[in-house]
Design a protein around this ligand. Structure first.
Ligand SMILES: [Zn+2]
Length: 400
C-alpha cells in the first residue's frame, strides 16, 4: 500500500486575514482577497485533497475508507478520525478574544444545547461539537497575542496607571480576577462606552501619530478601534487587552493555549495545530455571538505566566518538537541543510508542509519532491526519509 501522498490544503478567506503571506507561501499571485488561513486536515468543512493513482480525493473520505490501517489502530480507536487540524495563519487584524472548554465541559455543553434544540448552525450556538480544542502555535514571523490574565502586580499597575480604569482598581483588590472581569463584561453598552470613550479619545491620536509601542495595550486597543467597522459601540474586548498578557513570540517560538486560558491573536503569521473541534466561547473584538454567563464559567480566573517555548531539539539535530499536554497532536519543526538526512517512522498519519526551501520525501517506492508551500501526508506505519538539495524548513503535524 502506498503510504505517501501529496496533499493540497484549502484557503479560508476570513476578514481578519492578510492578502500577501499565504499567496506568497503557496506560490500564487496575490490578489486583494483576504487569505486568513490555509487548512491542512480532514475537517468536513474544508477537507484537504490528496493525489492518488485513482485521481484526487478528499482526505476525510480517503481516511474513512480504512481508518484503522491509515491512522493506526491506537489513534483510530481513540479518536475515530484524524485528531488534529493543521493551519497556516496570516493575522492582519486581531481575532476575537476567546476561550476553549475542557473535554468534559464540551461534552456537557454539546449535550445540553442538543437537548434545548438549538440548531448546530444557529448564531447563538456555543458548542459545535463535543470535543475540547487545545491549540499550539509556532511563530513564522514576529507574532503578537493576548494570553491569560496578567500577574496580580502587573494588572494592579495597569489599573492604577490607566486614568480611565482607576475605578476598577478597588473591584480587583476586593473581588479579584473574576469580580473585575464579570464587572466589565456585564456593563451595559452605555456604561462601557462611558468608560472606554475617554480612553479611546486619549490613545487614538497617539496611535495615528505612530507614538505607541506594540508592547503597550494602548497600541492594540487603538488599533482595534481604528479598524472597527462600527465605532458607535466600543467593543468590551478592549478591557481584555489591558487585563491580559501581551506576548511577543519570535520566529520559531511556540505558545500553547490550554482549555480555560483566554487568548486572542493580534498580528503576525504562524503555524497552528489544534484538536479537531470548533468550540469557541468569545469575549469580545468580534461581531459574533457572546454568551457572557457561559464565558465566565470557562475562563481560568488566575494569573498566567506565559510560557514561550523554544521546543526540544531531538538527537538527530534536525527535528525540534514543541511538546504540549494535548493527546490529540504534536507539532515539530525540521530544518535540513544539503547533506542532512531526516529518517522517521510514523505511528499515525503525519502532515508535513515546506515553509522554506525545498525537499524530497521518500517512502518505499514513492518519492515526492516538495517546494515551499507544498505538503504531503504519510499514513500510519510508514518509514520515510527527507533530504534537501540545498535547505528546507518543514513543519510536521502528528499525534504523540
Ligand atoms: Zn483559540
Amino acid at each position: 500500500m502506498t503510504k505517501l501522498f501529496s496533499l493540497k490544503g484549502k484557503i479560508q478567506n476570513y476578514a481578519w486575514g492578510g492578502t500577501q503571506f499565504i499567496s506568497h507561501l503557496l506560490g500564487e499571485e496575490p490578489t486583494t482577497q483576504k487569505c486568513a488561513e490555509y487548512w491542512l486536515g480532514a475537517h468536513a468543512n474544508a477537507p484537504s485533497v490528496l493525489k492518488t493513482n485513482d485521481g484526487e480525493q478528499n482526505l476525510n473520505s480517503f481516511l474513512d475508507s480504512d481508518l484503522t490501517a491509515k491512522l493506526g489502530a491506537d489513534i483510530a480507536n481513540k479518536f475515530g478520525r484524524l485528531p488534529f487540524l493543521f493551519k497556516v495563519l496570516d493575522v492582519h487584524d486581531m481575532l476575537s478574544i476567546q476561550v476553549h472548554p475542557t473535554k468534559i465541559e464540551a461534552e456537557k455543553g454539546f449535550k445540553k444545547e442538543n437537548e434545548l434544540g438549538i440548531p448546530l448552525t444557529a448564531a447563538n450556538r456555543n458548542y459545535k461539537d463535543d470535543n475540547h480544542k487545545p491549540e499550539i502555535m509556532v511563530a513564522l514571523s514576529e507574532f503578537w497575542l493576548l494570553h491569560g490574565f496578567l500577574p496580580k502586580a502587573n494588572l494592579t499597575g495597569i489599573l492604577k496607571n490607566t486614568p480611565e480604569f482607576t475605578s476598577l482598581l478597588p473591584i480587583f483588590e476586593t473581588a479579584g480576577y473574576y469580580g473585575l472581569y464579570k464587572t466589565v463584561m456585564e456593563q451595559s453598552v452605555e456604561e462601557s462606552n462611558h468608560m472606554l470613550q475617554p480612553l479611546v479619545d486619549r490613545i487614538l491620536p497617539l496611535y495615528k501619530a505612530g507614538k505607541l509601542d506594540k508592547s503597550s495595550p494602548d497600541y492594540w486597543a487603538a488599533k482595534a478601534v481604528d479598524s472597527a467597522e462600527d465605532t458607535s459601540v466600543l467593543d468590551k474586548g478592549i478591557y481584555s487587552i489591558y487585563f491580559f498578557n501581551i506576548v511577543k513570540a519570535n520566529k520559531g517560538e511556540a505558545v500553547f493555549q490550554d482549555a480555560g486560558i483566554p487568548h486572542a491573536y493580534l498580528e503576525g503569521q504562524n503555524m497552528e495545530l489544534m484538536a479537531n473541534s470548533d468550540n469557541v466561547l468569545r469575549g469580545g473584538l468580534t461581531p459574533k455571538h457572546i454568551d457572557v454567563p457561559e464565558l465566565l464559567k470557562h475562563v481560568a480566573f488566575e494569573a498566567t505566566h506565559p510560557n514561550i517555548m523554544q521546543g526540544e531539539l531531538q538527537a538527530d539535530g534536525l527535528e525540534r518538537i514543541y511538546k504540549s499536554p494535548a493527546p490529540d497532536f504534536e507539532l515539530s519543526q525540521i530544518i535540513l541543510n544539503n547533506s542532512d538526512i531526516y529518517n522517521s517512522k510514523s505511528k499515525t498519519a503525519q502532515i508535513l508542509i515546506v515553509v522554506d526551501g525545498g525537499a524530497k520525501v521518500s517512502e518505499g517506492d514513492t518519492v515526492i519532491t516538495v517546494k515551499k508551500g507544498e505538503s504531503v501526508i504519510l499514513l500510519a506505519n510508514s518509514s520515510y526519509q527527507i533530504t534537501s538539495p540545498a535547505s528546507a524548513v518543514l513543519y510536521k503535524a502528528t499525534a504523540p
